[in-house]
Design a protein around this ligand. Structure first.
Ligand code: ADP
Ligand code: RBF
Ligand code: MG
Length: 151
């Protein structure tokens, strides 16, 4: 399978927010698929702590920043039911674009600055991973552009 798949068509609804959406919650345990199956760990936020804000959040993929123990990391966030896995519970999961040790139980703050795309279904794991890589690349681009526009 080619590693250079083109996902451009999925990003037609991309937009940045006029105001950040700020989420603060504890990191809880999920299905453990992120690291093991995808090689892309995601810190799952406690839906109980997010409450109505978590319920109201539109499903899809977002970019922004996470503050963990006083340090901010570029972050890509997945919100929804993961159609590829047919989850029955909505999750809010943050992948920090940095190599880190486990931080379960920490309270993190995730600032969402823009929306990339809706959740999609894929024909296989390699397609899902390829699309997440393109989300990560776009996230880096958008965050750099935002920083430059604020200089
Ligand atoms: P789970 O299903 O329990 O969320 P994952 O396989 O998605 O498990 O792994 C997520 C966990 O990995 C996080 O809760 C965190 O403790 C750890 N982790 C390590 N590095 C990162 C990172 N860069 N981004 C997100 N989580 C990370
Ligand atoms: N799951 C899907 O079913 N469809 C998606 O389009 C999708 N996009 C994702 C994008 C990013 C940036 C991340 C971090 C995850 C995404 N996932 C998606 C969720 C993925 O299935 C989930 O993180 C793993 O199942 C581990 O919980
Ligand atoms: Mg996870």
């Amino acid at each position: 399978m080619s590693k250079t798949m083109d996902w451009t068509h999925l990003y037609s609804n991309e937009h940045k927010f006029s105001e950040a959406i700020v989420l603060t919650a504890e990191v809880v345990h999920g299905f453990k698929r992120g690291s093991k199956e995808l090689g892309i760990p995601t810190a799952n936020l406690s839906m109980e702590q997010l409450g109505a804000k978590g319920e109201a959040l539109e499903t899809g993929i977002y970019y922004g920043w996470t503050t963990l123990k006083g340090t901010r990391y570029e972050t890509v966030v997945s919100v929804g039911w993961n159609p590829f896995y047919k989850n029955e519970k909505k999750t809010v999961e943050a992948h920090l674009i940095y190599s880190l040790d486990d931080f379960y139980g920490e309270t993190i703050t995730v600032e969402l600055l823009g929306y990339l795309r809706q959740e999609a279904n894929f024909n296989g794991l390699d397609e899902l991973i390829s699309c997440i890589q393109s989300d990560i690349n776009l996230t880096k681009d958008r965050l750099i552009a935002l920083q430059e526009s604020r200089l």
